[in-house]
Design a protein around this ligand. Structure first.
Ligand code: ZN
Length: 160
C-alpha cells in the first residue's frame, strides 16, 4: 500500500462559477484558476500523485498549457487514475476536507462522491468528503479563499 496527501487553495472571486467534485455549487462566487478550478479534485489528484511519489498537479497539467484552459479537473483525475493503474495501483480510499465559508455543501456531497468515485473506477464507499467552515476567521472565513486537504491510500491492483 502507498499513502499520499494533497492540499490545494484557490482565491475566490465574485461572478465566477464554483465547481467542486465536478458539481456546480455556486454561480455567484468561484475559484480563480486556469482550469475549471475544482479545488476538491485538485486535492484528490495531488494525494494520488503524492502516494506514487510523483510531482504535483501543476507539473503534470501546467497552467502554461493552452489545452488545460477551462479544462474539467475530473478529466485530469481520470488521467491520473490511469497513470496509477499503469504503475500497478488502484485507489483504496480517499478522505477529503473542504474548508469553505459558503455555500453549505451538504446537499452536494453525494453527487461529488459519485463523480470522483466514477472517475477513479471505484465505489462511492471509497470516497469520504467532509465540509467545514472557518467560523468567520481568516481568508477562508471572509470567503476570500477555499482550501482542501485530502489523504488517500493506494493498493496494489490485483488482476482478475
Ligand atoms: Zn487547484
Amino acid at each position: 500500500m502507498r499513502i499520499g496527501i494533497g492540499r490545494d487553495l484557490h482565491r475566490l472571486e465574485r461572478g465566477r462559477r464554483l465547481v467542486l467534485g465536478g458539481v456546480v455549487v455556486s454561480e455567484c462566487v468561484g475559484c480563480i484558476a486556469h482550469s475549471d478550478g475544482d479545488c476538491l479534485v485538485h486535492g484528490v489528484i495531488d494525494a494520488m500523485l503524492g502516494a506514487m511519489a510523483m510531482p504535483n498537479i501543476g507539473v503534470l497539467f501546467p497552467d502554461s498549457c493552452e489545452k488545460n484552459r477551462g479544462r474539467s479537473s475530473l478529466s485530469m483525475l481520470v488521467e491520473v487514475a490511469e497513470i496509477v493503474a499503469a504503475k500497478g495501483y488502484v485507489l483504496s480510499n480517499a478522505d477529503a476536507v473542504i474548508m469553505l465559508e459558503q455555500p453549505k455543501l451538504s446537499p452536494f456531497v453525494g453527487a461529488m462522491r459519485h463523480a470522483i468515485a466514477r472517475s477513479c473506477g471505484v465505489g462511492e464507499g471509497s470516497i469520504g468528503i467532509k465540509a467545514t467552515t472557518a467560523e468567520g476567521l481568516g481568508h477562508i472565513g471572509e470567503s476570500m479563499a477555499i482550501e482542501v486537504v485530502c489523504v488517500c491510500l493506494l493498493k496494489t491492483l490485483v488482476l482478475k
